[in-house]
Design a binder for this molecule. Sequence first.
Ligand code: HEC
Ligand code: HEC
Length: 89
Amino acid sequence: MKLSGRDWVGIIGVALLIGLLGLGVGKGRGKTIPLDDRHRSSYQALKEGRDRAHVELICTTCHNQSSQPLPKNHPPKEQCLVCHDLVRS
Ligand code: HEC
Ligand code: HEC
């Protein structure tokens, strides 16, 4: 099949749309969880098949009002893992 100018307009239009949607989804997500000593236990727990709810309890043992407070403008913070990705290894 030979692509005409019209086809290209359509293809580029769709590509732009997908790109914009991707940006929209990316917004409002936090940083990736660092893969360092402090966070290794969380990674480990997930790898061992613990469910998210359990792992998120681990997060809050450090990230709470007293020790590692979240930024003031932090969005509603149940389910850390929805917004903070793990480093893919
Ligand atoms: C043992 C304590 C501890 C646990 C458990 C922990 N964190 Fe952290 N976290 C820290 C500390 C301290 C920092 C800041 C220094 C650093 O990056 O290690 C931090 C930093 C972060 C950052 C910011 C990274 C950056 O680039 O600024 C994110 C996001 C984060 N943690 C998310 C999580 C999530 C989600 C969990 C649960 C899966 C979690 N943390 C569990 C102690 C912890
Ligand atoms: C609704 C999405 C969402 C959820 C759920 C969420 N976060 Fe965040 N988090 C963000 C966003 C967005 C930021 C950046 C906020 C800002 O710019 O101040 C952030 C920032 C952070 C930071 C500061 C790192 C930095 O410098 O950007 C830490 C630490 C953190 N979150 C930990 C957690 C923990 C722990 C949980 C679970 C208890 C959690 N987050 C749940 C979206 C989320």
